[in-house]
Ligand binder design. Structure first.
Ligand code: MLT
Ligand code: ZN
Length: 486
């Protein structure tokens, strides 16, 4: 079967649905249109699909049974976590020939091993629940995203989520020790090791992280924990632009002994949009500045010196004109309100109207050059487009978004999206970057992936897909480029 989804229901669909009903019982099957509805539309509202069944197994054994049935009968399966994908990765296609496999009932924290700094969580645990379980054992699971109250750990791993702390702790891939995975034919890889060292051949675990459910279904994960931060200092700094932000990051990493946990960049327009659209968000400064960074530094020690280091570095930067203004949060409430400002940017941009998004990364040192080139290219295509380029500058990851011109037509603006994507992605390539830093490929970026990846890489990816999912039943039409071209 090619990687694209079949557009007619396979003959075995009715039988598959009947057999899955018997295996899972009524509590594990949603079929009424109103119950199925939330699984049909992706988070950004880009896709609307159809399905005869949302299957919600409650155990790994049940996932295995469902997949064995689907494999035998050639029925495609779309895994579904918290539905926070930006790329339509968890939404079934419109033709309704796929069942949805929701992991939401697999929500147990199976084990917390504080001495080993690890825990085992099932795929349907919310990220916030994993963080809370770690905290209850005086540990920290540092993956942190704006959507942590609704995204699920299985989805975080399947998309190799990045988020706000990747600068210090790495992305999801760096936080996973072992995985339990159900293969397309229903066999189970019991890989829930919590070892830091295991050199016994090919690393199967890493195949499934970032595979977006196209190679197997992650049902549980052994996750690496860290000591809980005891000292956290948060600063909001006005800067002239990316050049200054990159220089400031470099200084702060050195001065604090690499204690910078987050370093988030916001252009002026991002602050204006959040203040305009998000209740309770205010501008931290009394006058506007071209751009800002939200910087957080933390240590696992009680370390009163950290604040002093931050303040001294910022004072020197202010003196030199590298920083234009700065505040260091005085209270938890102030810290939370700074984070609320940052985390509300996607929502504020959504309320403002149509936007064309890019989730790109380049080496941190190339960010200013990339942004200058990409801004010029975008403005040539959409002269009144509003650049809202913000994000995880500490990781070289910019959400290089463009909002519809003020008072402009969304339709006219969005018609320029293909030209804008092509121009921005070409510049990303020139700067040695990636076209998907943290949001994945899903359905949205398959064509872009075909352009971006070398032929040999795509060949190896297809060979792996074929070896693990020879019938092409796992999340077809996602991640791998369409057709057999390239
Ligand atoms: C963020 O960093 O806020 C998210 O990745 C969402 C976005 O790209 O809009
Ligand atoms: Zn992001």
């Amino acid at each position: 079967m090619p990687v694209d989804a079949a557009t007619r229901a396979p003959p075995g669909m009715a039988e598959a649905v009947a057999r899955i009903r018997r295996v899972l019982g009524p509590s594990g099957c949603l079929e009424a249109p109103a119950d199925v509805e939330p699984y049909l539309v992706d988070f950004r509202g880009l896709y609307r699909g159809a399905t005869p069944l949302v299957a919600s197994p409650a155990s790994t054994h049940e996932v295995s049974q469902v997949l064995a049935i689907c494999h035998e009968l050639g029925v495609a399966v779309v895994p579904h976590g918290g539905n926070t994908s930006y790329c339509g990765g968890a939404t079934p296609h419109e033709h309704g020939t796929e069942i949805v496999l929701a992991l939401r009932r697999m929500k147990r924290i199976r084990e917390v091993d504080a001495a080993n700094y690890s825990l085992v969580a099932e795929a349907g645990c919310l990220l916030a629940e994993v963080q809370a379980a770690a905290e209850a054992a005086d540990r920290c699971f540092p993956l942190s995203l704006g959507s942590e109250g609704s995204c699920q750990i299985g989805g975080n791993l399947s998309t190799n989520a990045g988020g706000l702390n990747a600068l210090r702790y790495g992305v999801a891939r760096n936080l996973v020790l072992g995985l339990e995975v159900v293969l397309a034919d229903g066999r189970v890889i019991n890989g829930l090791s919590s070892l830091r060292k295991d050199n016994t051949g090919y690393d199967l675990r890493d195949l499934f992280v970032g595979a977006e459910g196209t190679l197997g279904i992650i049902t549980a994960a052994s996750l690496a924990l860290h000591p809980r931060p005891r000292t956290v200092e948060t600063a909001f700094v006005a800067v002239a632009g990316l050049d200054a932000a990159v220089e400031l990051l470099s200084r702060l990493r050195t001065v604090t002994g690499d204690c910078v946990t987050s370093f988030e960049y916001l252009p002026r327009i991002a602050v204006e949009l959040t203040v305009r659209h998000i209740p309770g968000v205010t501008d931290p400064f009394d006058r506007p500045h071209p751009a800002y960074v939200l910087c957080e530094a933390s240590t696992a020690r009680r370390d009163p010196a950290l604040r002093g280091l931050l303040e001294q570095t910022l004072a020197a930067a202010l003196e030199e004109g590298l920083a234009l203004d700065a505040i260091v949060a005085e209270s938890l409430a102030q810290r939370e309100s700074l984070w609320r400002l940052r985390e509300s940017v996607p929502e504020a941009q959504k309320v403002e109207g149509a936007s064309i998004k890019h989730d790109v990364s380049v080496p941190v040192s190339s960010l200013p050059g990339f942004a200058a080139d990409a801004t010029a290219a975008v403005l040539e295509i959409a002269p009144r487009g509003r650049l809202v380029a913000y994000g995880h500058v500490g990781d070289g990851n910019l959400h290089f978004n463009v909002s519809v011109p003020e008072g402009g037509s969304a339709g006219e603006f969005l018609a320029k999206a293909p030209a804008i994507h092509a121009a921005v992605h070409a510049i990303v390539r020139r700067h040695g970057g990636s076209i998907s830093a943290e949001h994945g490929i899903g359905r949205l970026k398959r064509e872009a992936l075909a352009e971006h990846k070398a032929l040999v890489d795509l060949d190896v990816m297809r060979a792996i897909k074929h070896a693990l999912d020879p019938k092409g039943i796992l999340n077809p039409g996602k991640l791998l480029p369409p057709g057999d071209a390239k």
